[in-house]
Design a protein around this ligand. Structure first.
Ligand SMILES: Cc1cc2nc3c(=O)[nH]c(=O)nc-3n(C[C@H](O)[C@H](O)[C@H](O)COP(=O)(O)OP(=O)(O)OC[C@H]3O[C@@H](n4cnc5c(N)ncnc54)[C@H](O)[C@@H]3O)c2cc1C
Ligand code: SF4
Ligand code: SF4
Length: 457
């Protein structure tokens, strides 16, 4: 299977997710992350890279490949959701954390547990940019105030890996990390290929991600709120309730608000970068713990976005993640609720049989076999990003599974609707596989695609 040969090809194929890892790897000021186009973070190469530097970037760039180095243990593998130890719902027991968090504040509660129990020295996470109310910076959180400041989803570009090698430093400190699934994939690849760094980030957390909007998306939200860019002092994308309102605070102290369905559904989701439309992992497969919105189903079959007390979906993906969640619950940081999910497609230990980091070539989970038989070889795994795959192969929900099933349905529909705006050849002809992304913008397949529709393309 082929990967893009160099950074230039990744960028010209629009495969960059903006994680920043290449900037950190190139070092010496060779690459800066800067806003490009409608407001996506992209690497700007200041000085030519050596062939060796280029190779090192391609080896770990999540735009070129998604690999779960070290993230797979002897855990069950679900065809849609990846490695799963347990799935639960839950929320922070601290009302302030639950309130400021995006859903139930579970990610922040886990970070507080890690910091306060001395499991990590600090946490690398995304936080509001003090110089740009709609923007993000990467923050090293060391205490409760830092974690609360960073809580809440920010639907704007972030590059949490842009200085990761510097952040890890040589002081032996242990770091927690929270990032988008693509950030996590890049970090896992980096750690997996550098044994000296492996133990420096013992806890990697993520969230489900339907895509990263451009800064123009945020500006459009502000425009619709009648808030001028230069009047805005601070901006929250959501949180302070569940789902919470997009809220701009202006220099005169007044606020402008927009509900979640209008801000995310009506504006931001229409501004996603191309990489998100072909994303093979929106569920944080390679994290220790992934959180998401555990929406309650509404009457129309869609999630209800009525304001209510926050509730997170919590998927533990590694034994370490499971131990963390269990310990945080035992210590009273979070409350857990059972949330049974369909496990018929899960293959116990499937990931464990594959070589470490070999997600793309791992044993195919049982639920995938029907759709991959036409053209894929035994090692090929069906695309998860393909709407057709999703329509045919998402396991049917059993009775009593509705909250989780609703979330599945919702994400699938949203992703599928994104696809409709992409020329079909870009989806099927590009060949998008679980674990690997190939030249999504090319009009002819570079590798045989296992998608059932690929015969038509
Ligand atoms: C771009 C984006 C898309 C998302 N799409 C979905 C979705 O489709 N379905 C779904 O169920 N959930 C989605 N989420 C996740 C969801 O909004 C919550 O993060 C999740 O429910 C966990 O909530 P919490 O209360 O436990 O997290 P909190 O306690 O509020 O913690 C949130 C954490 O996310 C980090 N963070 C916030 N914004 C960013 C960012 N831009 N880049 C990197 N890190 C960030 C913060 O630093 C913090 O550590 C998305 C989040 C983002 C940022
Ligand atoms: S995805 Fe990350 S590593 Fe790859 S080109 Fe973009 S910023 Fe660089
Ligand atoms: S949809 Fe995928 S590529 Fe886009 S920000 Fe989310 S995890 Fe990264």
């Amino acid at each position: 299977m082929r990967h893009p040969a160099d950074l230039r090809t990744i960028l010209s194929g629009d495969l960059c997710s903006g994680c920043g890892l290449c900037a950190s790897l190139a070092g010496d000021g060779k690459i800066d992350m800067e806003m490009a186009g409608p407001g996506y973070l992209r690497p700007a190469v200041r000085r030519a890279l050596t062939a060796e530097e280029d190779r090192a970037i391609v080896d770990v760039c999540p735009g070129a490949r998604i690999e779960g180095y070290g993230a797979r243990g002897n855990t069950a593998y679900h065809p849609v959701w990846g490695n799963v130890v347990e799935v639960r719902a839950g929320y922070s027991t601290d009302p302030e954390v639950r309130q400021v968090g995006s859903s139930g504040g579970v990610l922040s509660a886990l970070l507080l547990y890690l910091l306060e129990r001395g499991e990590v020295d600090d946490v690398l996470q995304n936080a509001p940019d003090p110089d740009n109310p709609i923007g993000n910076i990467t923050q090293k959180s060391r205490n409760r105030a830092d974690v609360l400041h960073a809580a809440g989803s920010r639907y704007a570009p972030s590059a949490p890996l842009a200085r990761i090698l510097d952040e890890m430093g040589g002081d032996g400190a242990r770091h927690g990390f929270v990032g988008k699934p693509c950030d996590v994939a890049g970090l896992r690849s980096l750690l997996g290929r550098n044994p000296a760094l492996k133990d420096r980030v013992p806890y990697v957390l993520s969230f489900m991600c339907a895509g990263m909007p451009s800064e123009n998306g945020s500006r459009e939200v502000l425009r619709r709120m009648d808030a001028l860019d230069n009047e805005v002092e601070s901006f929250r994308y959501r949180g302070n309730g569940w789902p919470g309102f997009a809220t701009a605070t202006l220099a005169d102290g007044t606020t402008r608000q927009m509900d979640y369905q209008s801000s995310w559904g009506g504006v931001l989701s229409k501004h996603l970068q191309f990489r998100c439309k072909i994303c093979p992992d929106g569920t944080g497969e390679f994290a220790d713990v992934t959180c998401a919105d555990a929406w309650y189903p509404g009457e129309d079959g869609y999630p209800s976005f009525q304001e209510q007390e926050g509730r997170s979906l919590i998927i533990t993906r590694t034994e370490r993640g499971e131990a963390l969640v269990a310990a945080a619950a035992e210590a009273g940081y979070i409350v857990l609720e059972p949330l049974p999910v369909a496990t018929s497609g899960a293959a116990k230990g499937a990931g464990a049989r594959a070589p470490a980091g070999d997600a793309a070539h791992g044993t195919a989970p049982s639920g995938l076999s029907r759709s991959r038989s036409r053209r894929g070889g035994a090692d090929a795994v069906a695309p998860t990003a393909c709407p057709e795959f999703r329509r045919h192969d998402v396991p049917a929900a059993a009775d009593g599974l509705s909250p989780f099933a609703e979330e599945v349905e919702y994400l699938m529909r949203r992703r599928a609707s994104s696809f409709r705006s992409v020329p079909r050849q870009d989806v099927c002809g590009g060949g998008i596989f679980r674990g690997q992304v190939f030249f999504g913008r090319l009009s002819r397949p570079l590798v045989p695609c296992t998608c059932p529709r690929s015969d038509e393309s």
